[in-house]
Design a protein around this ligand. Structure first.
Ligand SMILES: CCCCCCCCCCCCC/C=C/C(=O)SCCNC(=O)CCNC(=O)[C@H](O)C(C)(C)COP(=O)(O)OP(=O)(O)OC[C@H]1O[C@@H](n2cnc3c(N)ncnc32)[C@H](O)[C@@H]1OP(=O)(O)O
Length: 292
């Protein structure tokens, strides 16, 4: 998505770009702040840390997706940066996945706009020229898991309460083919068959065993580990690493690019069904009621 299109989408969504601020931290480093995504240059040269800050659960709203894509585009266009660590500012939650309210009780035009934003976010992350390392410091179901799976490397906090996986079937949803492809590319065909049909959410030890994450470390070491892993990836010259990444990922991304409009139409048709709307409402209601 072109930056201009993203800005237009932000405007349509009622988000004022004027609220974005550039400040200087104690070490003089620039720190870009949006509403929902905070970008901090870190102590490792050439590396930024993106923190998701969309409380309470970092759900992927249209506004969040737009800000996230714009942040990544800015970092890609700024040649000072070669790598980005993705992490969360919301305690215990990396991301709760797609925002269910964006898919519930809205009209087809909204569903189309939302789904395009989800697609564009995935393409941006999956094909990024930057090295992306996910520092997963919380639970990451469905769309949250997709973001992590689309990075080049995943470090997960060793907390048995944190779960990770594509749980769409538990919500009465069919997993989109490109979510499925991303998982298959990471953990293989057989493990994906089981994980996707049963909508399994895995605790850290199982996620590591499956290859869904590359490392599990104590919670207070997630970001520092991600940054030290980054150093290893940045030792490789950018152009050869980028060409290699593209060679491996292009076919998967091209599959969506080729069918992008049909995928949007399938999403609208599917999500607009009465039965699906009802399942989503019940799921949201259950989330609310579990508190009482
Ligand atoms: C013919 C076939 C064709 C096929 C075509 C295919 C088309 C494609 C179909 C559609 C595909 C859609 C793919 C979907 C992907 C997704 O990502 S769906 C979202 C999945 N996410 C979840 O299941 C997570 C749900 N949330 C939780 O489990 C918990 O909230 C949590 C993350 C574990 C955190 O728990 P806790 O800290 O206890 O907080 P809560 O009290 O539960 O939540 C706080 C408030 O946040 C609200 N909320 C939570 N998650 C979401 C969300 N994803 N979206 C929106 N809102 C969310 C929750 O309701 C609480 O709200 P309040 O009660 O108002 O405070």
């Amino acid at each position: 998505m072109a930056l201009a299109a993203g800005r237009a989408m932000l405007m349509r969504s009622g988000v004022r770009l004027g609220t974005q601020a550039a400040a200087r931290g104690g070490n003089g480093a620039r720190r870009f702040m949006n509403h929902r995504v905070v970008v901090e240059p870190n102590t490792v040269p050439g590396v930024a840390v993106i923190k998701f800050k969309n409380p309470p659960v970092n759900s992927l709203t249209l506004e969040f997706l737009t800000e996230f894509v714009i942040c990544l585009e800015k970092l890609e266009n700024d040649k000072t940066f070669r790598g980005v660590v993705l992490t969360s500012d919301c305690p215990g939650i990396f991301s709760a996945g797609l925002d269910l309210r964006e898919m519930c009780g809205k009209n087809p035009a909204h569903y189309a706009e939302y789904w395009r934003a989800v697609q564009e976010m995935w393409l941006k992350v999956y094909l990024s020229n930057l090295v992306l390392v996910a520092a997963i410091n919380g639970t990451s179901p469905a769309g949250g898991c997709l973001i992590a799976l689309s990075c080049d490397y995943r470090v997960l906090a060793d907390n048995p309460r944190y779960r990770m996986g594509l749980n769409e079937t538990l919500l009465g949803l069919v997993v989109p083919f490109w979510f499925k492809d991303t998982l298959v590319n990471t953990i293989g065909h057989r493990a994906s068959e089981r994980a996707l049909q049963l909508g399994l959410l895995f605790p850290p030890a199982e996620a590591l065993q499956l290859g869904m994450v590359d490392q599990v470390v104590p919670e207070d070491q997630v970001q520092s580990t991600a940054l030290s892993v980054m150093t290893q990836w940045l030792a490789i010259p950018d152009h050869v690493r980028q060409l290699t990444k593209n060679m491996i990922r292009k076919a998967t991304a091209d599959h969506l690019i080729k069918h992008q409009e049909a995928d949007i139409q399938n999403f609208i048709n599917f999500i607009s069904r009465d039965s699906i709307q009802k399942s989503l409402q019940v799921y949201l209601e259950n989330l609310k009621q579990k508190k009482h």
